[in-house]
Design a protein around this ligand. Structure first.
Ligand SMILES: [Ca+2]
Ligand SMILES: [Ca+2]
Length: 145
């Protein structure tokens, strides 16, 4: 009896989602996991301020300060940021605001990976240096590969 009841509940939830026209993308609200990898080459690291904006098919996030406790963006390191965001839809690109400030500002960015709450992951490769300011009005845009 219990098993049958559970099966009916499961069927109803799926049916309801279908009726409402929901896709997996539209259900993807929650924790977005962002990994930022710095190149493993001389002077690759930076102490500059960095913010990111994630662009999706539904909407864009606000600007997110990428600053964990301790020293971010050291040579060869991957920094991980977990942010709760509303559903963005299919991720198309990430915009980077780069202040090019503080000690040894120039930064060699390898790539950024974004994992949605439903596990769908996009890779945004760059493999290049940031050696000037990228303002929020004209940020560095890195498309999904
Ligand atoms: Ca640093
Ligand atoms: Ca920090």
């Amino acid at each position: 009896m219990k098993l049958a009841a559970r099966a009916i509940v499961g069927f109803t939830a799926a049916g309801l989602a279908a009726m409402m026209g929901m896709s997996t993308a539209q259900a993807a609200a929650g924790n977005y996991h962002i990994e930022v990898r710095t190149c493993d080459v001389k002077d690759a690291g930076t102490d500059s301020r960095v913010e990111a904006r994630v662009n999706g098919s539904t909407t864009s996030s606000g600007w997110i300060l990428l600053d964990n406790p301790g020293d971010d963006r050291e040579r060869g390191r991957t920094d991980v940021y977990d942010k709760t965001l509303s559903d963005l839809g299919t991720i198309s690109s990430i915009d980077i605001y780069f202040a090019n400030n503080d000690d040894s500002p120039h930064w060699c960015l390898e790539e950024i990976t974004i994992r949605r709450p439903d596990g769908v992951t996009t890779i945004h490769p760059f493999h290049n240096w940031l050696t000037r300011v990228y303002p929020k009005t004209s940020p560095l845009r890195i498309n999904a590969a």
